[in-house]
Design a protein around this ligand. Structure first.
Ligand SMILES: [Zn+2]
Length: 290
């Protein structure tokens, strides 16, 4: 069942759980995410970053649309970190039901200006918009990128940003980073900032860079009002670790993707299911049936 990002997140906010946004990366990861969510009866957003879209080609979106239209579980197709108005228009034309415009590196006023423009266009065709205030950190090894120094979202500015832009969900920076933290880096999550933002802002809040943060911290962020959590690195690592093992198992004859990949998909799926339960989105698909 294909739905919009707004429909997806409003139910999550009302019912105190977070919807996972899994990055596609490859067709195998789409399979892993679809199966994990179907088995746990969890809604989800298939997130596709512009770099992933370039690699996967536009036709990949038709595959996701087909899958979404042939499953009972609620699915939204989401553009992850759209970098420009043009990228957003491209995604809307392909059939995305949710887009993120990320101009968080610009000034507050410029960030508002571009988000407003995206909202005006996207809403005119029923597509939901996520935008970001503050900046997510970057560990240097992801497609999502970010900045090396996290700028925490200013709670005093959050509601003003939401009101002036008309966005449907807000990505906040509370100290997470994209990718996996180096061993010597301890992420400093400021859940007090999240709490404060949640008091003032009435639209769903989004947590990026949710990979490799301790489970306990993620659970607390869900309890404190996060309605969507992006997961990219964690499922890719599970997939790739198994792939490395398969390619090094001594069988030099192995070449068929349908022989090599199924176990890798299985590992990515296990990780996805772990996240789904952590976010409390399992068995929530029925909340979307009217
Ligand atoms: Zn992100």
């Amino acid at each position: 069942m294909l739905i919009t990002g707004k429909e997806m997140l409003e139910v999550a906010k009302e019912n105190d759980f977070a919807v996972p946004a899994f990055n596609a990366g490859s067709g195998q990861l789409l399979t892993a995410a679809m199966e994990a969510c179907a088995e746990t009866n969890s809604p989800f957003l298939m997130a596709i970053h512009p770099d992933e879209l370039k690699f996967l080609r536009d036709s990949f979106v038709s595959q996701v649309l087909y899958e979404a239209n042939h499953t009972k579980i609620p699915v939204a197709i989401h553009l992850d970190h759209g970098a420009s108005y043009e990228q957003v228009i491209h995604a809307i034309q392909l059939g995305f039901t949710s887009v993120m415009i990320d101009s968080s590196h610009l000034s507050f006023e410029e960030n508002i200006e571009i988000a407003k423009k995206v909202v005006k266009t996207a809403h005119s065709v029923g597509v939901s918009v996520e935008s970001e205030l503050g900046t997510i950190g970057d560990t240097g090894n992801t497609v999502e990128g970010g900045v090396s120094e996290v700028i925490y979202t200013d709670p005093a500015k959050a509601q003003e940003f939401v009101e002036r832009t008309g966005i449907d969900s807000l990505a906040i920076a509370v100290g997470t980073a994209h990718g996996i933290y180096p061993k010597d880096v301890k992420p400093k999550l400021r859940l007090d900032i999240l709490e404060e933002i949640n008091k003032d802002v009435d639209i769903p809040l989004v947590l990026h860079g949710g990979s490799s943060n301790p489970d306990e911290e993620i659970s607390r962020s869900v309890n404190l009002g996060i309605s969507k959590i992006n997961i990219s690195s964690d499922i890719k690592i599970s997939f790739t670790e198994k792939l490395r093992e398969k390619l090094n198992d001594g069988n030099l004859e192995a070449r068929e993707p349908n022989v090599i990949f199924p176990e890798c998909i299985e590992e990515a799926k296990k990780t996805a299911i772990h996240k789904i339960k952590l976010f409390k989105s399992d068995n929530k698909a029925n909340l979307y049936y009217k």
